[in-house]
Design a binder for this molecule. Structure first.
Ligand code: TRP
Length: 330
């Protein structure tokens, strides 16, 4: 049986980049797999965070995922701290993973410099918790962005080492590196990622933006004076053009090639209104449902609670097998 597991941090202030980067892909995978999706609040505290904002950020992420089309009747959606097996399995796996393996993790090296106090131990062991997330459900497929490939290889290494030491209990997962995941850049600077922390609201399309705000932001997005090229090679050195064409392709479910086959030779004066229409058409229903759900936190919490109960029922027997395998007294 194929089972998908993936996790996303509760970042808050959600925008088009979050939607096209991961959430949309999660929605699509529901058609072909049993899916378990987790809002990873345990991971979120490994960097300095605001405790007054975390619960709301967790709800907002759940609302965004639901608004985008996750069906909670079929797919399990929950927050990590509500299922104790994650932390319990992570502790056990910390005695399997070697410090030398963690020393090689690129994301740790990137993130540790951002904390003036020095990195937390939790940030260092972050990938072990991520391995526990996946292994607790015997997930076979894990959709992630390219930046998570190293963490998935670590999860495989941990599973294999555990099985070699204690018997075949864990299932090494396969990464599904999101080919479909579009990397959405700032509307003001095509070389910077679209980010919730950019001080300019014009740099991103927020999931709280009304239709006319969305259209305006697209029409005022930075571009250049050239016409669009007729093939992707012509986007070289034109990061803003590449970004806008990429957004168009992602939202219409086509490739950059076919967008350029249609739009090559035309200027931004024609392209931007078309992109604005496409963006509004794709986002308006999500924005509306996101607003509706955020106004009804009780509904979100009920979905998460139900998801946590279903997730816990899958993870508990696996954790017991792990505990038996390592020799804990029952
Ligand atoms: N580390 C992942 C990220 O930053 C989030 C994550 C946590 C995750 N646990 C996971 C992804 C398990 C896939 C599977 O994007």
């Amino acid at each position: 049986m194929n089972r998908v597991f993936s996790g996303i941090q509760p970042t808050g202030n959600l925008h088009l980049g979050n939607y096209l980067g991961a959430i949309r892909n999660w929605v699509a995978m529901q058609a072909d797999y049993d899916c378990i999706y987790c809002i990873v609040d345990l991971h979120a505290i490994t960097m300095p965070h605001d405790p007054r904002a975390l619960a709301q950020a967790t709800r907002d992420m759940a609302a965004a995922v639901l608004a985008a089309g996750i069906d909670p009747a079929k797919t399990i959606l929950f927050h990590q701290s509500a299922v104790t097996a994650h932390a319990e399995l992570a502790w056990t796996l910390m005695s399997i993973a070697r410090t030398g393996w963690l020393d090689r993790m690129v994301q740790f090296k990137e993130k540790r410099g951002k904390d003036a106090e020095g990195p937390s131990v939790g940030l260092y062991t972050y990938p072990v918790l991520q391995a526990a997330d996946i292994l607790a459900y015997r997930a076979t497929h894990v959709p992630v962005g390219a930046d998570q490939k190293q963490h998935l290889e670590l999860a495989r290494d941990i599973a294999v080492k555990f099985n070699t030491a204690y018997g075949e209990v864990l299932t090494p997962p396969q990464p599904v590196i999101g080919a479909a995941a579009a990397r959405v850049m700032s509307l003001r600077d095509g070389s910077a990622k679209m980010s919730k922390s950019d001080p300019s609201a014009a740099s991103r399309i927020d999931l709280t933006d009304e239709a006319d705000t969305i259209a305006q932001k697209i029409k005022r997005a930075k571009s250049d004076a050239d016409v669009l090229p007729d093939s992707p090679a012509g986007l070289e050195g034109r990061p803003e053009a590449r970004n806008l064409v990429g957004i168009y392709a992602a939202l219409t479910g086509t490739t950059i090639e076919s967008v350029l086959a249609e739009w090559g030779g035309k200027g931004f004066g024609a392209f931007k209104p078309a992109l604005a229409d496409v963006t509004v058409a794709a986002l308006a229903p999500i924005v509306a449902e996101y607003a509706r759900l955020r106004a009804d936190p009780g509904q979100i919490d009920a979905v998460l609670r139900d998801g946590a109960a279903r997730a816990g029922a899958i993870a508990a027997p696996l954790l017991q097998e792990v505990y038996d395998a390592v020799g804990f007294l029952r």
